[in-house]
Design a protein around this ligand. Structure first.
Ligand SMILES: [Fe+2]
Ligand SMILES: [Fe+2]
Length: 167
């Protein structure tokens, strides 16, 4: 059709991560709308996507902001990392409870509430900031890396969390 709307636009990273939030929101909604929320396959897909999303942010986005601003132990990224920690704790608990067949109904709500405010902070401030700190070539290269990433191994992640919890 002539005009090529590629991901290499001015807000490539912002759009990529925001769209991933939407995709994860809709998977989580699909899971919660189950009655009782028990669709384990949907939860597994949500969990794989959410953990991968967090890893991408911590591996590729946050270090850019920290390096440019010098803010590491304090500031917005420290708060985002704290959120990620809590999000993963809640997610792990939700996976374990769903697998055992008994889910505390407040657990999905707590995770939803935290994700809502966390994602808004990233979309309104952080993604734009990081976007402006990365050269266009590196941005295209990074989007390429993210799109080629193989699917996360959820069982290995669960094993890792279990080992830490039992140390
Ligand atoms: Fe995040
Ligand atoms: Fe995010």
């Amino acid at each position: 059709m002539g005009i090529n709307m590629s991901v290499e636009g001015d807000h490539g990273l912002h759009d990529f991560f925001t769209q991933d939030h939407r995709r994860l929101d809709s998977l989580f909604n699909q899971f919660k709308e189950g009655d009782p929320p028990s669709d384990i396959d949907v939860l597994h897909e949500f969990a794989r996507g959410l953990i991968q999303h967090i890893i991408w942010e911590e591996e590729f986005l946050f270090p850019v902001f920290e390096e440019v601003t010098g803010m590491v132990t304090e500031g917005p990224i420290a708060l985002m990392r704290q959120d990620h920690h809590t999000i993963q704790e809640l997610l792990y608990e939700l996976l374990m409870q769903t697998r055992s067949g008994k889910v505390d109904p407040t657990l999905p709500l707590r995770l939803e509430g935290l994700l809502l405010q966390h994602n808004l902070a990233e979309e309104n401030v952080l993604y734009e900031a990081v976007e402006s700190m990365i050269a266009p070539e590196s941005r295209v290269e990074l989007l390429q890396i993210l799109s080629e990433e193989p699917e996360l191994d959820l069982e290995r992640w669960i094993e890792g969390v279990t080992e830490i919890a039992h140390d």
